[in-house]
Design a protein around this ligand. Structure first.
Ligand code: CTP
Ligand code: CA
Length: 219
């Protein structure tokens, strides 16, 4: 297996990976976002390239160096990420949605900086669920992520079936040492048929390799 990995067990494969948060503008100087460093998605991109794959990486705003050999498509908002994914999806045979896409976006973006008031209401509307859209007309192996603070397995499996995915990678973000802003993570992987795979705490780069090995078993 080691020898195969060196030669590149993903050579000839094309990945589309999303990473990082999205930013939803409130006014010219403010936005809504999710906590996400982009590290897990960038680690997956680097691991896939190292194993011989071609990788397209759609990235929200992050403070990371672009991984070598990866084609990066920067985006800001959930809508931009949606458009970018839709324009690139047909090129990929494996899609991993690792991005922390905002679920809501302001109905309007104020033209000028809003002045402070005693109270403020911002009307929000739902963004498109990119992953669910991909699942409706599935052309590629489709993997999603689920960050949860409770009922990890239940919520993750629900997303797996509801969004018509081939795999969901779930991580518990309630702990202090894994998940957000960390070099480390720990995940549980669920597929429709196979048994759950629990990957213990490790660097995101090592976990990326172990996640890819699970994908290889399922394609
Ligand atoms: N996702 C997406 N588009 C969205 C929201 C989420 O593609 N508008 C993707 C994420 O990239 C992730 C998966 O869906 O791969 C699960 O995201 P998550 O936020 O955990 O699930 P939601 O369906 O948004 O449900 P909730 O936030 O209520 O848990
Ligand atoms: Ca969400």
């Amino acid at each position: 297996e080691k020898a195969l990995k060196k030669k590149g067990d993903f050579s000839g494969r094309k990945f589309l990976i999303t990473a990082g948060p999205t930013r939803e503008a409130i006014d010219p100087v403010r936005y809504l976002t999710n906590r996400s460093s982009g590290r897990m998605g960038y680690a997956l991109a680097a691991a896939a390239v190292a194993r011989g794959a071609e990788v397209l990486l759609i990235s929200g705003p992050v403070a990371l160096e672009r991984p070598r050999g990866v084609e990066v498509y920067p985006v800001q908002s959930a809508e931009e990420m949606y458009q970018s994914v839709m324009s690139l999806k047909d090129k990929a045979d494996i899609i991993i949605m690792c991005a922390a896409v905002a679920d809501y976006t302001p109905v309007t973006c104020a033209e000028h900086k809003m002045k402070k008031q005693e109270r403020l209401r911002i009307d929000l509307t739902r963004t498109k669920d990119i992953l669910a859209e991909l699942g409706k007309d599935k052309q590629a192996f489709l993997a999603g992520f689920a960050a949860e603070t409770q009922n990890l397995e239940g919520y993750a499996k629900d997303k797996l079936s509801r969004k018509n995915l081939d795999m969901i990678i779930a991580n518990d973000v309630s702990g202090p040492e894994t998940g957000f802003d960390s070099e480390y993570n720990a995940v549980s992987i669920y597929t429709e048929k196979g048994a759950a795979v629990h990957l213990e705490k490790d660097t995101k780069r090592n976990l990326a390799d172990r996640i890819l090995t699970e994908i290889a078993k399922n394609i």
